[in-house]
Design a protein around this ligand. Structure first.
Ligand code: 2AM
Ligand code: CA
Ligand code: CA
Ligand code: CA
Length: 254
């Protein structure tokens, strides 16, 4: 199996331009709600259709799973795509949103790219090859003290039928950390850990397409990717990503 990472970058950047064109014309696009707090726009659908056509056209041996169009028939190797992660921010004209594209081969993430068109930041990683932002190698932060750490989270779990809504955990961690952010795109949050802008990120009740690419990028930049108990692996329902040095300090607060 071989993929061309430079060709993939061209395709994903082109998809980003499609998203950005919609973003610049926000007043004219339709925003609908799939469920309470779950928004979708014409841009989500158009970007996913473009990526599906380009990726499956180039690599017919892989399946495709996207947030908006669902899964193709059972294939153990597939593209895992979130066309716009952070749709709510996007629909308000805020800049913090991204496109997330991962390639899963037999259950292992082989490639991941997260592109934030409004910042023109392209993050990518291939398993075992390190992580890159706009062509430069990136690494997690060297922060060793949770008290000095910048952390980030999200509240996709803030739904009435879920008992653990992250608010108590957020309060515990906010009291003992130096800075807290709630930026609204889990895929891009994971890249901030990879790029040492954030020292730890956690969120609950996400889906694989939210975190598949970002988790590989973070891991390749030196991050730990675990559940809230510290078990290694990508667990979208309970994901904790740290620079490794603050992991032992944050785990008891999870
Ligand atoms: P989205 O923009 O693709 O929907 C922000 O906290 C993260 O939660 C984003 O990855 C966002 O992805 C996701 N998200 C937003 N609403 C959600 C919902 N109702 N269920 C699950 N994830 C959600
Ligand atoms: Ca969504
Ligand atoms: Ca998402
Ligand atoms: Ca999405």
């Amino acid at each position: 199996m071989s993929i061309s990472t430079s060709d993939l970058e061209r395709v994903i950047r082109e998809a980003g331009v499609i998203a950005l064109d919609y973003f610049k014309a926000l007043k004219h696009i339709e925003i609908t709600k799939k469920a309470p707090r779950d928004f979708v726009t014409e841009a989500d659908v158009a970007v996913e259709a473009f990526l599906k056509k380009e990726l499956t056209g180039r690599y017919p041996q892989f399946g495709f799973w996207g947030e908006e169009s669902g899964k193709t028939e059972n294939q153990s190797s597939r593209w895992v795509v979130d066309p716009i992660d952070g749709t709510h921010s996007f629909s308000k004209g805020q800049y913090f949103w991204s496109l997330s594209v991962a390639l899963e081969i037999e259950g292992e993430m082989e490639f991941g790219a997260v592109y934030a068109p409004a910042f023109d930041d392209y993050y990518w990683a291939q398993k075992g090859q390190g992580a890159y932002k706009n062509g430069e190698r990136i690494h997690v932060s060297s922060e060793t003290n949770l008290a000095d750490a910048m952390v980030s989270t999200g509240f996709a779990c803030l739904r009435s039928y879920l008992t653990d809504n992250n608010l108590a955990r957020f309060c515990r961690i906010a009291q003992v950390t130096a800075g807290q952010r709630r930026l609204g795109s889990a895929a891009l949050d994971l890249c901030l850990v990879a790029d040492a802008q954030v020292d730890a990120f956690w969120e609950q009740e996400l889906n694989l397409y939210d975190v598949a690419a970002g988790a590989l990028i973070a891991k390749e930049a030196g991050a730990t990717v675990t559940d809230f108990k510290g078990n290694p692996g990508i667990f979208p329902k309970q994901i904790l990503v740290t620079n490794g040095k603050v992991l032992d300090q944050i785990l008891p607060l999870m």
